[in-house]
Design a protein around this ligand. Structure first.
Ligand code: PLP
Length: 387
């Protein structure tokens, strides 16, 4: 049915998932898998967490959507939670990560019009990932995402990641913002130097331009703190969130400091964005993460996971590198065996993500325990031996 009815935009793993609970999912043959993909870093609390299921069910019986002409309570509660627990002051709710980033760039251009003589260019990094819309493809510094769609929208400049000098030399009087991931997820789990973001922040301050942090993958506890910027000692002017925020309902958020809060009525909008159903799920997710210190768990279990991966590296010469922070980790092989490894893991009951031909990425639910990581390590070990 898939090949008959679907555009072929993704090479799927030949498994039909029908049910999930915690860090585990089941296929249509009743086979159980440990899920270290978690919807691409989306299912922070695992699958169908009771507090999220309850919030969704109750909200679905109460009010699912009204237009943004009206106030709704879940939207206000989510905004309060996000603002109280971050360094930013105001939010806008959209439906996905790419859409939040689009809005962030619109906001930066609006700021450029008002405060920077119409400056509109956004500097982003090679190896980045900011989404699939045309503008975000232009911001995403990867040929495979850009080349099929050229000509790209104007106003995006891609420079080397983890290189402050490259940002400095790309900055002109047309620059309104620098847009970066605190740690590149889809581009390879690339960790910048500890002082990179601090230096970029300083440069943005000197030039009076905005720093946009795309925390769509790194935010909401994934790296072991509620937001990744906390670990780098910087505060962004604009931050975008999505993946881990809603436990799987489609949601994206733009957050901004008061100093860059330049949108006016009519400047931006959304039909579905911030509807009560998704905001109820996001509120439940956020409250649970904050109240139960789930980010601390990600930090603790992430350290254990990285240590165990380093153990595998000592044992298996085919592993070239292991890296990551919190529960966003990668193993890079010195041969192109990622697809074979994915298959071998699948056969042994572990779901992993193939990032590129020689790299696997792990982004399990943030609520997992060391025991589940140990289980995954045993499966990886077995797969490596078999291959
Ligand atoms: C996934 C991702 C996006 C795009 O989010 P969508 O919801 O798929 O549009 C943007 N930026 C980063 C860093 C991401 O990981």
């Amino acid at each position: 049915m898939e090949s008959k009815y679907f555009m072929h935009t993704v090479n799927r793993v030949p498994v039909t998932l029908v049910r999930g609970k915690g860090a585990r999912v089941w296929d249509d043959n009743g086979r159980e898998y440990l899920d270290f993909v978690a919807g691409w870093a989306v299912n922070s609390l695992g699958h169908c967490h009771p507090v999220v299921a309850k919030a969704l069910a109750e909200q679905a019986r109460t009010l699912i959507q009204v237009s943004n002409q009206f106030y709704t309570v879940p939207q206000l509660q989510m905004a309060e939670l996000l603002v109280q627990h971050s360094c930013l002051d105001k939010i806008f709710v959209s439906n996905s990560g790419a859409e939040a980033n689009e809005g962030a760039v619109k906001l930066a251009r609006r700021y450029g019009k008002r405060h920077l003589n119409g400056a509109y260019e956004v500097i982003s990094a090679n190896g980045s990932f900011h989404g699939r819309t045309l503008c975000m493809v232009a911001a995403t510094g990867q040929a495979k995402h850009q080349d099929p769609y050229k000509p790209l929208p104007a106003g995006f400049i891609n420079v080397e990641y983890n290189n402050v000098a490259a940002i400095k030399s790309a900055t002109t009087d047309q620059t309104c913002a620098v847009m970066l991931e605190p740690l590149q997820g889809e581009g390879g789990v690339n960790i910048p130097d500890d002082d990179y973001l601090k230096k970029v922040r300083k440069w943005c301050d000197e030039k009076g331009i905005l720093l946009i942090l795309d925390e769509i993958q790194t935010g909401i506890g994934r790296l072991g703190t509620l937001f990744a910027y906390e670990q780098y000692g910087v505060e962004p002017d604009i931050m975008t969130l999505a993946k881990g925020l809603g436990s799987g309902v489609p949601i994206g958020v733009i957050m901004v400091k008061e100093s860059a809060n330049v949108f006016e009525p009519g400047d931006h909008g959304s039909t579905f964005g911030g509807n009560p159903l998704v905001c109820a799920a996001a509120c439940a997710t956020l409250k649970y993460i904050i109240d139960n210190k789930v980010a601390d768990n990600a930090k603790k279990v992430g350290r254990y996971f990285l240590g165990r991966l380093e153990g595998l590296k000592k044992k298996h010469g085919v592993i070239a590198d292991v890296r990551g922070r919190g529960l966003l980790l990668a193993v890079e092989f010195n041969r192109e065996i990622a697809a074979d490894m994915l298959q071998a893991c699948l056969e042994n009951g572990l779901l992993v993500n193939r990032l590129n031909p020689s790299t696997l990425r792990f982004m399990p639910p943030l609520i997992i325990a060391n025991g589940e990581v140990a289980e995954a390590i045993n499966i990886l070990d077995k797969a490596l031996l078999a291959i």
